[in-house]
Ligand binder design. Structure first.
Ligand code: ADP
Ligand code: MG
Length: 400
């Protein structure tokens, strides 16, 4: 059996016209001799009637905080509606199809509601549909606990569903269809000259996704890489050949930088010894934050002070902890962590200098930097994010 998993994101299934383009991709796969297994997201984005955020707006914040199980039952509806609408239109075109929920697809997860992880996948229902000549249309983003309660896999989780199915079904490949031509050197909504990356390694794409490029969920990249399943990102709305993800990326590329992405809503925190002289808690702060599940990054520890960033959503919790510990701190809210990614920058001198030159030329203040073999991060105030990304994109000549 030559199975291919085809995942279609929210914008791809949002209107009848777009769903016709989706059907064309499914027909093409069938014509090429594949058995398509289709995964769909909820229809449309925030504001549209069946999008996940719209469903969430039906209930109180209290329920969101206190009853994650109930929220998962609500959020899972968007994808289920999508499977039925898609099935209707496939049948209309003479293609036999079957809508399948995450639970019916055999995606068994733990009970970490809102962000569950798969324990195992029992794809019998999908295999049966395929054997009967049907196109299974699977609801992305969801699974089921051992006890039969619906779970969701975290925002963007339909990508994860597609990768998990690809591995479990030993598919020839996983195709992620979205509303852009593939992975670009930067978010095309921010950089109009962003160019398509024709091939990228799993590792680099993971960095991209993990550092904020929401074009694919990082866990989906990880799952496909571990399962050694070919991954491709394509545009539902065009015939562009998309981005192929493999082990090596494009070895013919000369540019040492592959692309730029960012994460917003970061808060930079400074805690200095001078302000907290007689407070023993100063020395165990990072431990305490870890115990309270506040994740920190861009961590610089100096003899006289510690500097790090936290997620803006954790700020109230952080503030309460600092109060309880009696620790003083200063902070800069609304920062963005810009990530410059390129596995070829390893050992090449002058990359940081060029980054700072590009940012200085736009008079953008760099609040902090960090680097690894494949990524350099610069923290800037969020109001400069787009300007910073564009300046770096030009500085490294990433445009088409
Ligand atoms: P879907 O609904 O298909 O899952 P998403 O909105 O999750 O689509 O992801 C697609 C979006 O990701 C694009 O519209 C684009 O704005 C954004 N994006 C961010 N960074 C990149 C990048 N480097 N390359 C391509 N798209 C990117
Ligand atoms: Mg997505």
């Amino acid at each position: 059996m030559k199975i291919i998993v085809q995942k279609f994101g929210g914008t791809s299934v949002s209107t009848h016209e777009r769903r016709l383009m989706v059907i064309n991709k499914i027909i093409k796969a069938k014509e090429e001799g594949y058995l398509p297994v289709v995964v769909v997201s909820a229809m449309g984005r925030k504001g549209e009637p069946y999008a996940t955020d719209t469903l969430l707006s039906l209930v109180s914040n209290r329920l969101k905080e206190r009853n994650k199980l109930a929220i998962d039952s609500l959020m899972a509806c968007g994808e289920i509606i999508s499977t039925v609408v898609m099935t209707d239109e496939l049948l209309e075109k003479g293609i036999d199809a079957l809508p399948i929920t995450g639970g019916q697809a055999g995606i068994i997860t733990d009970d970490n509601y809102n962000n569950a992880s798969m324990i195992r996948l029992e794809p019998n229902g999908i295999l049966k549909a395929l054997a009967e000549g049907k196109v299974p249309v699977v609801a992305g983003f969801q699974g089921i606990t051992e006890n039969g309660f619906t779970t969701t896999l975290g925002r963007g989780g339909s990508d994860v569903t597609a990768a998990l199915l690809g591995v479990a079904l030993n598919a020839e490949g996983v195709e992620i269809y979205t509303d852009v031509d593939g992975i670009m050197t930067a978010d095309p909504r921010i950089v109009s000259e962003a160019s398509l990356i024709e091939a990228i390694s799993y590792n680099e794409l993971f960095q991209f996704a993990d550092q904020g490029a929401k074009v694919i969920h990082p866990r989906a990249v990880e799952v496909a890489m571990k399962g050694n399943i070919p991954l491709i990102i394509k545009n539902t709305l065009s015939e562009c050949k998309g981005t192929i993800i493999n082990n090596t990326g494009d070895s013919s590329l000369e540019n040492i930088i592959t692309g730029i992405t960012h994460m917003s809503n970061r808060v930079q925190v400074k805690v200095s010894l001078n302000d907290n002289k007689d407070n023993e808690n100063y020395y165990s702060l990072l431990n305490t934050l870890a115990e309270d599940s506040i994740s920190i990054d861009l961590i610089n520890v100096f003899p006289e002070e510690s500097i790090f960033t936290i997620d803006g959503n954790d700020f109230d919790k952080f503030h309460n902890i600092m109060n309880t510990l009696g620790l003083k701190y200063s902070y800069i809210p609304n920062c963005s962590k810009v990530a410059i990614i390129g596995s070829r920058m390893r050992g090449i001198p002058g990359v940081m200098a060029k980054i700072l030159k590009s940012l200085n030329s736009e008079k953008i203040k760099v609040l902090q930097t960090a680097d690894s073999h494949t990524t350099i991060w610069c923290l800037v105030e969020s109001k400069y994010t787009d300007k910073a990304i564009n300046a770096l994109h030009r500085g490294f000549s990433l445009g088409s």
